[in-house]
Design a protein around this ligand. Structure first.
Ligand code: DGL
Length: 259
């Protein structure tokens, strides 16, 4: 396989959440062409088995790999946790980066602090997260919190509902009573509800997400392979396995939304 600078980079997520990563990618790599693909028809991934997630992830990537891409961003903590080793094995020559919860910068900012790590059940119970915690924990108190059902509010554009407010209040109740200094959004859907999480937690904790680290990692990787596109305006294409007009409109709206 030969890769060329003008080829697009695939930004893959189980749904619309990866757009929070795409927003950072275009800031760090403004000349690149991106294809965003969300597998919304099959979301959520975070409550599926590892085998199922691997199968869906590989099949989706294969489709775009055969069309021609020079790089891949797995803009999904769940798919990264469940399948990045397998993805690297199946596409050995492709420039690949995944996303992981931004524990390192959170602990650097709050070395003795209480830090909430929010993610899907697969990410929170995964081996990768355990390794990250062991590596960076130091004197901080890291609190992993599985949030099944949370990404759906972003995915189905229901973050303005009373039901969502109630869901978040129930989920975060222990940390309203016993506050945290910071929270890590270990799911790419959650940066879109950062303000709601902060408002629910009341004490305005600082939030950390992995999009910037992932974008810089991709830049380094492409540069080391002489595949960086250095001029011209990049193009972005939004695609989803849910081909409804509403879903594509939601992708575009989220891309414009301030985080
Ligand atoms: N955006 C995905 C993540 O970062 C959502 C997971 C899901 O589909 O449950 O984990």
């Amino acid at each position: 396989m030969t890769y060329e600078k003008d080829m697009p980079i695939l930004v893959f997520d189980s749904g619309v959440g990866g757009i929070s990563v795409l927003k950072e990618l275009v800031k760090v790599l403004p000349h690149e062409n991106f294809i965003f693909f969300g597998d919304s028809k099959n979301s959520p991934y975070g409550t599926k088995s590892i085998k199922e997630i691997q199968k869906l992830t590989i099949n989706n990537i294969k489709h775009f790999f055969n069309l021609g891409i020079k790089g891949l961003v797995i803009a999904c903590n769940t798919a990264t946790s469940a399948s990045i080793i397998e993805v690297r094995r199946q596409f050995p020559s492709l420039a690949i980066v995944g996303i992981e919860p931004a524990i390192k910068p959170a602990v650097a900012a709050f070395p003795n602090g209480r830090i909430l790590i929010m993610g899907t059940p697969i990410t929170i119970t995964g081996k990768n997260l355990k390794e990250l915690i062991d590596l960076y924990k130091g004197d901080s108190t890291l609190i992993p919190l599985a949030c099944p059902g949370l990404m759906e509010y972003v995915e189905h554009n229901k973050t303005n509902t009373y039901e969502f407010k109630e869901f978040l209040t129930n989920l975060l109740k222990p940390y309203i009573e016993n506050p945290v200094d910071a929270f890590v959004t270990g799911c790419t859907h959650y940066p879109f509800i950062r303000k709601e999480i902060q408002n629910t937690l009341k004490n305005n904790p600082v939030f950390f997400d992995g999009a910037n680290g992932t974008s810089r990692a991709l830049k380094r990787l492409l540069s080391s392979r002489n595949l960086l596109r250095e001029n011209g305006k990049g193009n972005i294409e939004f695609l989803s396995s849910d081909t409804s007009e509403e879903k594509i409109a939601l992708c575009k709206n989220l891309f414009e939304k301030d985080i």
